[in-house]
Structure formats: C-alpha cells, structure tokens
Design a protein around this ligand. Structure first.
Ligand code: NAG
Length: 293
C-alpha cells in the first residue's frame, strides 16, 4: 500500500515557488487552488474568473497547488509547458511528490507549511478545487459582514460533513480499512472549497505536525480541527455536493442560483466562463433567495 509506505515523509522540495506572493501590502484573501499539471484549461478559466487577482478595494492573490507531473516523455513536455505558464502568470506552487488522490494530504501539509513560512499575514485563505465556481465578491462580502461580529481569527466555514463513516468497500477511492481508522470521522469541510482565517491556518499547521497523515485530505484537516477544539461552521453558500442529480441540470443553467452562493462544485472550464459572465451581468435581476451573512 503506497500510502502507508510513505506515511512518514511529509515535506517535499518545491520545484516552483513564489516567496514574493504576499509581499508589498496586506493580502485580504489568498485563494489557493488544488490543480494538477495537465489541467491547463481549468487554470486559465480560474484566472479569468474567480481567481483573478485584485488590488482594490481588497487585495486578492491567487496560487495553484501542484505536485510533480511524473515520469516519461509526455510528463516532461507537460512540465515544460507548466514552467512556461508559471513564467507568464507567476502563480504556481509545485512540490516534488506525485500528484495523486492519496497524496492530496501531502499537498495540504506542504501548503500549510508554505503559508506559515511565506504568507503568514494574509487575512483569510480560500482553498478549493480547480473545477469549482466561486463567487469571489460574495466571499469578500461575507467576510466583511463578519467583521467585528465574532472571533474571526478561528473562522472555518464550508460545506461541513458530520458523522460520516469510513467507506469499507475496497473498490472505492475513499476506501479506509478498519485497521487504519475506526468510528465516525470528525466534522470536516468538503474539499471542493472552504474558507479559513489565517491565524487558524497557522494553528492547523502546528496541529498537523502532531497527527499521522491520513489518505483523505479533507478528513485529515477535520482531524486537525478536532485536535484544536475548533468546530467547523456549516454555511449554505458552500455547495460541494449541493446540486442533486435531478435538479442539477436546471440549477446549473440558472445564473440567479450562482449569484446567491459562495461556491459550487463542479464546472468545466467552458461552463465556468459562461456562468461567470452571466453572474457579472447586472441586467439579470434576481430575487434574493439565500441570506448569506
Ligand atoms: C506520493 O508521492 C510520493 C513521492 O513522489 C510517491 O513515492 C508515492 O507513491 C505517492 N503516494 C501515493 C499514494 O500516490
């Protein structure tokens, strides 16, 4: 089992780094996007839409989190293109571990360590997948609405999954044998996207170093939260699994649905670009359906 073999190697060298990303003024929101080397179109769509960097009224910075492209001629070609892309945009962090599903926890801990070293002063971090839709303005409004309300420094919101049990079917990619974990998982945020305050991210980094790596990254982060006594906060605006199959197709085409949300899982690049334009279009007037604050 490749995961168990490498359970004790945590930190990997950076192949592409951007130590300068958070310099030159306070970053209000750092957007980090889990991607993989061959996902060129998804990154291009994210840069043109919700991941666009902003200066005013609040500084927003964006980074893509990648593992290695792998071996072989094709992987080397992908790597060369990726390096070119990074020279043009300056927004790729890449670590030297294989970019597989079970290595997403490595991506998590290596990112938390990167944040601790290179960007400890960003106010908030949004972490999500490269195939989601995020309403960045709604995320910023949500944070603004919380200002002064509660203890913002331990904010952690997302689509929270509570009392989930490990999947015991060996064919599932989520398969966890009883010997590795028994009992229900702690509450955790669906990995498609969540929002956290950076002081909490720093405490999560310290907590993560005391916790054995677990092959499902979002559950692993739930374990870190539990060890800190922080309860993640559910928010209806995060829909990591939210669109049901039956209603999905209709919802998927309704810009008003997107206008009222913070993030929605899964959109391919073309659909993301089209929906982004519709959501920015002020001529589309929607009845407010969701109260976000
Ligand atoms: C994770 O990455 C390491 C380093 O590249 C690799 O040796 C290992 O096989 C990967 N693990 C999994 C489960 O893919």
């Amino acid at each position: 089992h490749a995961f168990l073999l490498h359970r004790h190697c945590r930190y990997f060298p950076l192949l592409l780094n951007h130590p300068e990303k958070c310099q030159g003024g306070r970053v209000a929101l750092l957007i980090v996007v889990k991607s993989a080397a061959p996902h060129f179109a998804r990154r291009a769509a994210v840069r043109r839409t919700w991941g666009r960097e902003q200066e005013a009224p609040r500084r927003v910075r964006t980074l893509f989190l990648l593992g290695a492209a792998g071996q072989g001629e094709e992987a080397r070609a992908v790597q060369r293109l990726l390096e070119e892309e990074d020279r043009a945009h300056g927004d790729v962090l890449q670590w030297d571990f294989l970019d597989t599903f079970h290595n997403l926890t490595l991506k998590e801990v290596n990112f938390l360590r990167w944040l601790h070293i290179y960007c400890p002063t960003a106010d908030f971090v949004f972490k999500g997948d490269d195939d989601v839709f995020v309403h960045t303005a709604n995320v910023l409004d949500f944070l603004e609405s919380r200002r002064g309300h509660r203890d913002l420094s331990s904010l952690f919101v997302g689509d929270i999954i509570s009392r989930a049990f490990p999947i015991r079917s060996p064919r599932s990619k989520y398969y966890i044998p009883r010997e590795l974990y028994d009992g229900p998982y702690p509450p955790y945020a669906g990995g498609g996207g969540f929002l956290m305050a950076s002081p909490l991210a720093d405490r999560l980094f310290l907590a993560s170093e005391r916790i054995p790596l677990f092959p499902i990254d979002d559950v692993f982060l739930g374990m870190c939260l539990r060890s800190l006594g922080v309860v993640p906060e559910p928010h209806l605006g995060f829909r990591t699994f939210g669109i049901t199959r039956r209603r999905g197709s209709a919802m998927n085409r309704d810009p008003c649905f997107y206008k009222s949300l913070l993030m929605v899982h899964k959109l391919e690049p073309d659909a993301l670009l089209a929906m982004w334009d519709l959501v920015q279009d002020d001529r589309i007037v929607c009845a407010k359906t969701l109260h976000l604050a």
